[in-house]
Write a protein that binds this ligand. Structure first.
Ligand code: HSE
Length: 368
């Protein structure tokens, strides 16, 4: 199938904006004829014929217009799960045979969907393409970042199981949540004065419990706080986010025997980098130098940070990696529990490898 027309839905949202910026930076807009779709009338009117990202995309199309959608050879959507739920089944039912590339989780575990993270699972993607599959979905951000970080250990088939303790940024919950986090700090910090650290703490704790604290999105304070539950309640006491760690890791890698992955997912007051502390049970005792080499060489995006205090504090942090495609990997050491137990800290920008980047790379793969 020759791809000529690509439609982008949800390009104004946070993931959509990051996607558009990356596509512009990588010259992806020269690949095809692009149509930008907007789900709202005001959006269409406001940006009709607008010069966006340095180009004239022509009139903004209506994201609810099935006829216009059906003309596309590829639809990339960052519009969210509700849009996918509404339009994907209708398009399929009505015989649309284009490629659907989606940032939302809705279709991820469907049989016809392939989770895309090409540096890690290119063979799985190629197999799906050869089988005529048309549905490609970006993975959960935490899972994708973990797989990019420790790809070398998966490739060497060294992992028996992983415990993942996550420190997830506000952006994973959405743009409004990110704004709310900053607003919470603003609310607490306004005119705050105290004679001692303890008095300051009392005032802050009072303010984060106040009903006036902006909390419409998180429902709670994230500023000066931590929220150890992400997404809905799942089974066996897990959160849905925790369940995804196991389900998506094994689907992305198409493992023959499932690799157990489990842990606690927590939201922390960081803007857009997800971090995780991993405990990995290795299948055998491998020297640390060999492990470091495997991690370092797995893909060009791994930024390996030697396990030294100063390097770690300056290079292995959300502040250092926000806005970067690098995936930090550090704190690599054998644990006192035993020689087959490995400690790793890994992190990356949740909006890049965790969301937008695999989508634009999938489009490139279709052209290749
Ligand atoms: N579920 C993730 C989070 C978002 O809440 O951080 C990215 O998949």
């Amino acid at each position: 199938m020759k791809i000529k027309k690509v439609g982008i839905v949800g390009w104004r949202g946070m993931v959509g904006q990051v996607l558009m910026e990356r596509m512009q930076a990588e010259n992806d807009f020269t690949l095809a004829e692009y149509t930008l779709f907007s789900a709202s009338e005001t959006g269409r009117a406001a940006s009709a014929q607008a010069q966006i990202y340095g180009r004239d995309f022509g009139p903004i199309a209506d994201a609810n217009d099935l006829g216009a959608l059906k003309k596309m050879d590829v639809i990339i959507t960052c519009q969210g799960g509700d849009y996918t739920k509404q339009y994907y089944p209708i398009l399929k039912r009505e015989g649309w045979s284009g490629y659907w590339i989606d940032a939302a989780s809705t279709l991820r575990m469907e049989k016809e969907a392939t989770i895309i993270l090409d540096p890690v699972n290119m063979p799985v993607i190629k197999k799906a393409l050869h089988a005529g599959e048309k549905t490609f979905v970006g993975g959960n951000c935490t899972v994708s970042l973990m797989l990019m970080g420790i790809q070398g250990l998966f490739q060497a088939d060294l992992i028996e199981w992983i415990s993942t303790m996550t420190y997830q940024a506000a952006s994973g919950a959405g743009a409004k949540n990110m704004e709310e986090l900053v607003a919470q700090y603003g609310y607490v910090g306004q005119g705050l004065q105290a004679k001692s650290a303890l008095e300051l703490e009392k005032k802050v704790t009072g303010l984060i419990s106040s009903p006036q604290l902006p909390h419409a999105n998180f429902g709670h304070a994230l500023a000066y706080n931590l929220l150890p539950w992400i997404d809905s309640e799942y089974e066996m006491g897990q959160s849905r986010e925790e369940w995804k760690g196991f389900a998506e890791t094994n689907k992305i890698l198409q493992t023959k025997t499932s690799i157990p992955v489990d842990g606690t997912c927590a939201r922390v007051s960081v803007l857009r980098c997800h971090s995780q502390g991993l405990t990995i049970k290795l299948k055998k005792n491998v020297p640390l130098s060999e492990i470091e080499g495997l991690l370092r060489d797995a893909n060009p995006w791994v930024k390996f940070v030697p396990n030294k205090k100063e390097l770690t504090l300056s290079e292995l942090t959300p502040a250092a990696l926000s806005g970067s495609l690098s995936v930090g990997v550090g704190r690599v050491r054998k644990m006192r529990i035993g020689d087959e137990y490995l400690n790793i800290f890994t992190l990356g920008d949740q909006l890049l490898w965790g969301a937008a980047e695999p989508l634009r790379r999938m489009l490139r793969i279709l052209f290749e």
